[in-house]
Design a protein around this ligand. Structure first.
Ligand SMILES: Cc1cc2nc3c(=O)[nH]c(=O)nc-3n(C[C@H](O)[C@H](O)[C@H](O)COP(=O)(O)OP(=O)(O)OC[C@H]3O[C@@H](n4cnc5c(N)ncnc54)[C@H](O)[C@@H]3O)c2cc1C
Length: 811
């Protein structure tokens, strides 16, 4: 065994072997994999081996497409068969709502370059005669679906990696991990110690335990999962004989089952509601190649429905039942990437669909390690998307929710109920009394909208405009016509202090750094000049800056901030979390409201647009930022949490005769659409450059240096490939929700990032990216946007529909 290696991958399941292969493919030879037992001896060996491209997140769907395309390459390099059966797969809809969901997925697939087709029940039955047609209203065919041999595929990765120079040590268990003073790692095994620059946790069923070796509790939990294999079925034999090929895969969402041909019978698996976690605290180290006792009782409701929908299945004898554990994160997507605060420690775990996702995970991780950047948008599976609130108990509840909803529709306006409320502010009960309908914002309850007295505070989930529509409209109008108040505790906040803080921030951010008492809005770029953040910076004092950003990206951004801190200790960064909370007041009468509460002059001359000031507000020591995301006159008022309640009650009191309304996140997102403002994670992601995103006025290329400057300069000179544009959409009862295809001249040329209804301009609005050459086509109805399978005329709005000159916010 080597005593030194550049990378040690822990775990020889399909994911660890994929990471190892991709590292060698990226040119790193000095890489090893350490496996406790034999390759595949975690969850991999008993997998059903199915693969597909469908995923709620389009970027993960794309990576799944990559994984599936990789198997031919692996077979070629390794000479090892992956046992591929590229059969295609049917997604069967039992209701019109499910069909709408499939139409949405079909629309997305179009811009992702994935091949799907919508079918009638009859067409679906022609492909899979086992179906009882009357239970379904339609289907989608995904040509990329299929299945493989889990063991053959894992060995194909491993052989390809060995050919590329990697070494694999079997029967070798990692027992501890130690940070060395110089930042490298001691990987201590029962066969000796390897010193490594990088360690990858690909421990699958033991990923939690490996996390604990470095002092972290990863949000990952194993669940029991069952599938059964039938005896030979005459219907299958007959189909194979007459058609000369195998039956396609199928997912029956209603029965919560998936099925595929296995030899001359069928394999049928369930994601049952009565799901059961496996080893919720500690996975035993001696768990080996054994299965769990089957429990057909638990999956009986799914089987009953399945037998009705596929009658031949009931007649078939059951040859074997497999019950095995595999792991999930709270949202079901993998946990991938470097772990904040632990340089050189990487995760590649919680991969619930190893044969659809393993290749993409390996690609992302290897590029990230070798180039410092994954090379594409991996946010949906970044380990940094969870904070300290994702505890073991939280994970247990969320994973069970996710498992039991695996085949349920998630509506665009649907908030999932499990493990809530997890975090609340001091206003929680008061806002509920006002009729607040709450949503989850990075583990914190945040108001979405307010139901007036007499209206039930509950969302009716739908793909169409729903019961909140009129109430959100009233909130928007209240802001635009008078003044509104909203809680903004969920924003991310950071403090940077020290003699090096200004130079450091200037190097990280594209805009200039503000003078004392002023604010600046600024994007942040990675080395490739792509957007990795969007912030408001205040200079609070000499050598002290406060920075606000997107709530979900707090750990993601801390990881980046810490990675770039100077080694001389001249800069300190701190995440303020809920230690700083606040309220925003916005609308033409917001100044009048603030004046009633502040004991200083807040006139336009004294408190200018983009000023940052310490001020007593309602006797609380507060900080004011004169800025709001509504695009109106407005202020953020920030206080310590113990003052929040007092501040809020004082605002209510003082605003009563000014027409004060409460407004929630939905109104805020509508108001910003009317101003064409982009939002992090939708319009601003690491696949776009700042000029493509139309953020040029926040990029100060006259600064000598900042990360991504060279690439930004090149983008400016070339103009970039894409342009973010805003559209007015000819929509009637359903607005865009994001990821819809944009058509031009009969072709799909782009995709929607976000949108909704602009309540004060009375238009359906969308933002998205189109090729730069088309961004100037402002002719009426020059574009179309596909909403729920229908193409709607769309016209570029070259300037914001509300207050294009920005007089209101500056006024
Ligand atoms: C019944 C069932 C059906 C499934 N069907 C499908 C399917 O159809 N399609 C699909 O894509 N996925 C399916 N899966 C899921 C699939 O099995 C997983 O996504 C995949 O196995 C995850 O692989 P992994 O490498 O992350 O983890 P694992 O396979 O668990 O591998 C982790 C490895 O790490 C090793 N290890 C752990 N700790 C240490 C240590 N300290 N030192 C050294 N080695 C260590 C373990 O021995 C193990 O070999 C199914 C799972 C089950 C249970």
């Amino acid at each position: 065994m080597k005593s030194d290696a550049r990378v040690v991958v822990i775990g020889g399941g399909v994911v660890g072997c994929s990471v190892l292969y991709h590292l060698t493919k990226a040119g790193w030879k000095d890489v090893v994999l350490v496996e406790r037992d034999q390759l595949t001896s975690g969850s991999t060996w008993h997998a059903a081996g199915g693969f597909h491209t469908l995923n709620g997140d389009p970027n993960v769907a794309k990576l799944q497409g990559y994984t599936i395309g990789l198997y031919d390459e692996l077979e070629r390099i390794s000479g090892q068969s992956c046992g591929l059966h590229r059969t295609g797969g049917l997604l069967l809809a039992d209701t019109m709502e499910r069909m709408e969901w499939l139409k949405m997925a079909h629309g997305r697939a179009r811009y992702l370059g994935l091949e799907t087709e919508l079918l009638t029940p009859k067409e679906a039955k022609n492909l899979l005669p086992l179906i009882e047609e009357r239970y379904f209203v339609g289907a989608m065919l995904d040509a990329a679906d299929g299945n493989l041999d889990p063991s053959g595929t894992t060995h194909a990765y491993a052989k390809s990696a060995r050919i590329g120079g990697a070494e694999i040590y079997l029967q070798t268990r990692v027992t501890a991990l130690e940070r060395r003073p110089k930042g490298t790692w001691n990987v201590i095994t029962d066969k000796g110690t390897i010193q490594a620059e990088h360690v990858v946790n690909a421990g699958g069923l033991w990923a939690r335990e490996i996390g604990r070796m470095v002092g972290i509790e990863l949000p990952v939990l194993a669940m029991e999962h069952m599938y059964l294999v039938t005896d030979e079925m005459p219907e299958v034999v007959e189909f194979n004989r007459t058609h000369g090929h195998e039956l396609p895969h199928a997912i029956d969402f209603k029965a919560e089952i998936y099925m595929r041909q296995e030899r001359s019978g069928m394999l049928l698996g369930t994601y049952e509601k009565a799901c059961v976690p496996w080893q919720p605290r500690q996975t035993p180290w001696d768990f080996g190649n054994e299965l769990l006792p089957p429990d057909l009782e638990r999956i009986a409701p799914s089987l009953e429905l399945g037998y009705r929908h596929f009658p031949a299945m009931e007649r078939a004898g059951i040859k074997r039942v497999v019950n095995g554990p595999f792991t999930f994160s709270p949202d079901g997507n993998p946990l991938v990437g470097p772990v904040q605060g632990l340089p050189g420690f990487w995760c590649a775990c919680a991969v619930m669909a190893g044969f659809s996702q393993g290749g993409g995970v390996g690609l992302a991780l290897s590029q990230w390690m070798v180039n410092g950047d994954p090379g594409f948008d991996v946010w949906a599976m970044d380990v940094a998307r969870y904070g300290e609130w994702a505890t073991r108990g939280y994970t247990n509840v969320k994973v069970r929710e996710n498992y039991s909803r695996r085949f349920s529709i998630r509506f665009p306006n649907e908030e999932l109920p499990a493990a809530r409320p997890q975090q609340t502010t001091a206003l929680y009960d008061l806002l509920l009394e006002q009729g607040a309908v709450m949503g989850d914002s990075w583990g914190l309850e945040a108001p979405l909208w307010y139901a007036p007295r007499g209206v039930e505070p509950r969302d009716v989930v739908s793909f169409h405009r729903s019961n909140d529509f009129a109430h959100v409209k009233a909130e928007c109008q209240g802001v635009r016509n008078a003044v509104g108040v909203t809680e903004i505790a969920n924003f991310a906040k950071y403090e940077f202090a020290g003699s090096g803080a200004e130079g450091y921030l200037s190097r990280l951010m594209t805009n200039r750094i503000p003078s004392e008492g002023r604010l600046v809005l600024t994007p942040m770029l990675n080395g490739n000049g792509k957007l990795i953040g969007d912030f408001t910076i205040a200079k609070a004092a000499a050598d002290r800056y406060l920075v606000w950003g997107s709530s979900q990206a707090q750990i993601y951004h801390m990881r980046w901030f810490e990675q770039h801190l100077p080694r001389d200790g001249s800069v300190r960064v701190r995440r303020l979390g809920l230690g700083l909370v606040g309220l925003s007041i916005a609308g033409p009468r917001s100044r009048e409201l603030l004046a009633r509460l502040a004991d200083e002059d807040v006139s336009d001359g004294a408190l200018r647009f983009l000023d940052h000031r310490n001020l007593d507000v309602a006797n609380t020591p507060a900080m004011i930022n004169r800025v709001t995301y509504t695009g109106d006159l407005g202020y953020e008022i920030w206080v310590a949490p113990e003052y929040l309640r007092r501040l809020y009650l004082a605002i209510l009191d003082a605003g009563r005769d000014l027409g004060l309304v409460h407004f929630g996140m939905r109104a805020l997102l509508s108001l910003r659409l009317e101003k064409n403002f982009p939002t992090w994670y939708r319009e601003l992601r690491p696949i776009y450059g700042p000029f493509e995103a139309a953020l040029e006025r926040f990029v100060d290329l006259s600064k000598a240096d900042f990360i991504g400057r060279e690439a930004a300069l090149r983008e400016k000179e070339s103009g970039g490939r894409l342009r973010r544009v805003s559209f007015v959409v000819d929509a009637t009862d359903a607005d865009v929700v994001g990821d819809e295809p944009i058509w031009h001249g009969g072709k799909v040329i782009g995709w929607v990032t976000s949108g909704g209804y602009g309540h004060c301009v009375d238009r359906s609005l969308a933002q998205g990216y189109v090729p730069r050459s088309l961004a100037g086509d402002t002719a009426a109805a020059a574009f179309e946007i596909e909403i729920l399978g229908e193409r709607r005329a769309a016209t570029i709005a070259a300037e914001p529909l509300f207050d294009p000159q920005g007089r209101r916010m500056r006024g």
